[in-house]
Design a protein around this ligand. Structure first.
Ligand SMILES: Nc1ncnc2c1ncn2[C@@H]1O[C@H](COP(=O)(O)OP(=O)(O)O)[C@@H](O)[C@H]1O
Ligand SMILES: [Mg+2]
Length: 298
């Protein structure tokens, strides 16, 4: 008997001749939040659908120690799921859809559902076909968050949500964590989930290429800086923490690990800054920067 919530060993999946998953190992312990990160097309949704018993795989996929494919009915009593592509019944209202999903699992309590509807500012009386993508996402989110289960699986939960809604969602995830729930959170944006997760698995081209605790992955958390100063800054390009330095149209551009931003600001202290922008690097940029450097051993 294992007490792991999720246990995937050498899971492979092919669609015709195309191998979407090439041997995935993944573990999730009770009470943990795991970030499942990878660019579009990496295999996140495929892995999640295998965990849900919606598609069959080669290899071992256990949920609560049970077989994901054979025991899916039993497993689904204890999990809640937010799909990556939210499709709702066009002629039901948002409220009816939420109630339907809740009838499939144990409801946290009715007042909590109503709190969430208020919090996410959803009008539950409208037919689903009239909802925007963001509102459809809210219906699915409220359904998933209103269930009282042990395992919550969110596939790209904040796609289509504005930053305010995104932070409300993050607050809800933290509450679940405080209650000791276990959570799998998939995203193609590292910065979106890194504040929430205990550990992170990075998937690319159907393979897990990095896994570990977040503090070990800080090297993958970088920002793009663009700045201009009144007088030229001497020596910036020679600083150890400045990467991919370029000077374009009077603006300095470079990448920097997030934990070095304080050092940068100290360095810039004596300069008159006219423009400063910091943008989280996308996963693609991180991969390029990190793996190019590894290849050249710098
Ligand atoms: N039903 C399907 N038939 C054929 N190819 C698929 C199917 N579903 C996904 N794929 C392919 O498998 C790969 C992984 O897809 P997916 O798991 O949806 O990635 P992600 O969720 O990380 O964006 C992609 O190349 C995608 O085109
Ligand atoms: Mg997906």
């Amino acid at each position: 008997m294992t007490n792991k919530i999720l246990e995937l060993k050498d899971v492979t999946k092919s669609y015709g001749n195309f191998q979407a998953l090439k041997g995935i190992d993944l573990d999730l312990n009770p009470g943990e939040i795991l970030g499942f990160i990878g660019p579009n097309g990496a295999g996140k949704t495929t892995t999640i659908r295998i965990i849900l018993g919606l598609i069959k795989c080669e290899g071992i996929c256990k949920v609560f120690g049970l077989d994901a494919w054979k025991d899916s009915v039993e497993i689904h009593k204890k999990l809640s799921y937010l799909p990556g592509d939210v499709n709702l019944w066009p002629n039901l209202t948002g409220g009816e859809v939420i109630d339907f999903f809740l009838s499939l699992s144990k409801e946290r309590d009715r007042s909590y559902k109503n709190q969430l509807i208020k919090k996410f500012d959803l009008d539950p009386s409208k037919k689903c076909k009239t909802y925007s993508k963001g509102n459809r996402q809210k219906v699915a989110l409220i359904s998933a968050l209103s269930s009282e289960v042990d395992l919550y699986i969110f596939d790209e939960p904040t796609s289509g949500l504005d930053p305010l809604m995104e932070s409300l969602f993050q607050e809800e995830v933290r509450k679940l964590k405080d209650k000791g729930k276990t959570i799998l959170l998939s995203s193609h944006i590292l910065s979106e989930v890194e504040r929430l997760c205990d550990s992170i698995n990075i998937i690319k081209d159907g393979k897990i290429i990095e896994k570990g605790e977040l503090k070990e992955m800080r090297h993958l958390s970088m920002s793009n800086i663009t700045l201009s100063t009144k007088d030229p800054v001497e020596g910036l390009e020679n600083l150890a923490f400045v990467r991919d330095y370029a000077f374009v149209n009077g603006y300095v551009n470079f990448k920097i690990e997030n934990e070095k931003i304080g050092d940068l600001l100290t360095f810039l202290n004596t300069h008159e800054i006219q423009f400063f922008e910091s943008r989280q690097a996308s996963l693609e940029e991180l991969f390029m920067s990190h793996y190019e450097r590894e290849k050249h051993n710098v």
